[in-house]
Design a protein around this ligand. Structure first.
Ligand code: URA
Length: 434
């Protein structure tokens, strides 16, 4: 067997065997298969797809490419949460401390930005001092001691996914059902989650643009969950416009802090409550979904979710004074408001375009080694369906280059569509699949 034959087979739309998939994953993980060969195979998978059997074999090979975690010593059911990606998606930052404040143990391994979407690890790292790369024993110890730890994939868990994830990001091969399903489920299996709640995003700012595609991705992940004996629930959520108002790393952290203090945008709240209610249920801490939502709301109102967030940040070396005083976050050099050119109702704000604009400001990576600028991004003033007057403030841009600021302004004014007729408020929770 050699990698050229495997690439050729997938290029010619043939099904790969379990042995071939395992050979590729082992070789790429231990660097005997080069990036350019892996790129060719990943592109062939992207273009020609995979059968369910191939996707399952890929997931298992990636999950077994490094260590696998056993979280049973925590003594609680570990329910993990993962999103298939979005723009302005700060849900993990709000939801996880919130459910932890209700006694659900959270052992969360998050990702970095991918394509035009942001990543929780990049957002957490915009808090000075916060350590995302702690070792496994400290990770488990943190969960036992304070009920929550959030880290990056720096441990030797699913290292094949770590490499392929970065590679996909740098060769425009992200939006693929087998690649997303295997990426997410391999991490969840390797990281020892017993039950999994997945936020399967759908719309212009998601990797799955249509509901049908999101359903297909969800059912693939549910099936892999069944085979791996991990109960998996998928919540299909709307990602047609950015989630909340802020897009950009520290701007989203600030929005998450304000949300935990009670100022949560309505769309973010809907998603947080639905996912949270299911996490509580799967953890065995509350059967009734509506009652669970009430409990979540209570822990926002009484500040317990916020306190748990501070505890999480302090426990992992972060400087909590930034959380207590958000003015300490470094500010971009250019902060400029953008005003509406006409009156009407916001018809659409293509989230993918907005994600790309924010990436170009410096919040995301173009090359896989690129560093990111935490201070840049945008904060919207309006959401789809809102009424806007001519010359009313639409959004604020945070940039560190005058040229990039001007380009972002021009592109944003094109992306935000305004119409005369009233626009209906979009529904956030599209479907729940088990
Ligand atoms: N999140 C992941 O972890 N992997 C993907 O491929 C997409 C979103």
């Amino acid at each position: 067997m050699n990698i050229l034959e495997i690439i050729e087979k997938k290029r010619d739309k043939k099904e790969l065997s379990k042995e071939e998939i395992t050979y590729f994953i082992k070789g790429y993980t231990n660097d005997t298969i080069a990036d350019y060969q892996a790129s060719a195979l990943i592109m062939a998978i992207y273009l020609n797809g995979m059968t369910k059997q191939e996707t399952t074999n890929l997931t298992i090979a990636m999950a077994n490419s490094g260590q696998t975690l056993d979280l049973s010593s925590i003594g609680e059911v570990i329910v993990d949460k993962h999103s298939t990606g979005g723009v302005g998606d700060k849900v993990s930052l709000i939801l996880l401390p919130l459910v932890a404040s209700l006694g659900v143990s959270v052992a969360k391994m998050s990702g970095r930005g991918l394509g035009f979407t942001g990543g929780t690890v990049d957002k957490l790292e915009s808090i000075p001092g916060y350590q995302t790369g702690i070792d496994i024993s400290s990770f488990i110890e943190n969960v036992k001691r304070i009920g929550i730890s959030m880290i990056s994939q720096t441990l030797n868990l699913a290292p094949a996914d770590k490499k392929i994830y970065k590679l996909r990001d740098s060769i425009s091969c992200v939006e693929s059902i087998p690649l997303i399903a295997s990426s997410i489920m391999s991490k969840k299996i390797a990281s020892g989650a017993q039950k999994i709640v997945l936020d399967v995003t759908c719309g212009s700012g998601a990797f799955m643009q249509s509901k049908e595609k999101a359903e297909e991705l969800a059912s693939e992940m549910i099936e892999i969950g069944k085979l791996a004996n991990r109960e998996t629930i998928c919540i299909l959520t709307n990602m047609d416009e950015p989630l909340g108002y802020a897009v950009g790393n520290s701007l989203e952290v600030i929005e998450a802090i304000e949300s935990l203090k009670g100022e949560m945008p309505e769309d973010v709240k809907e998603v947080v409550l639905e996912l949270g209610a299911y996490m509580i249920k799967l953890a065995g801490k509350g059967e009734d979904i509506e009652e669970n939502k009430v409990r979540l709301l209570k822990n926002i109102a009484n500040g317990k979710g916020y306190e748990t967030f501070i505890q999480l940040i302090e426990n992992q070396g972060g400087d909590a004074s930034y959380i207590k005083d958000i003015n300490q976050f470094p500010k971009a050099t250019y902060i400029e408001k953008v005003y509406s050119l006409k009156e009407g109702y916001i018809q659409s704000m293509n989230a993918k375009e907005i994600g790309k604009i924010v990436c170009n400001l410096g919040a995301g990576r173009i090359q896989k080694e690129d560093s990111i600028d935490n201070a840049v991004g945008i904060v919207l003033n309006k959401k789809v369906s809102d009424k806007v007057e001519k010359d009313e403030e639409l959004l604020t841009i945070y940039a560190n280059s005058k040229e990039k600021l001007e380009e972002a302004k021009r592109r944003l004014l094109e992306v935000i569509k305004i119409q005369d007729k009233i626009v209906e408020k979009p529904k956030m929770i599209l479907e729940i699949m088990k």
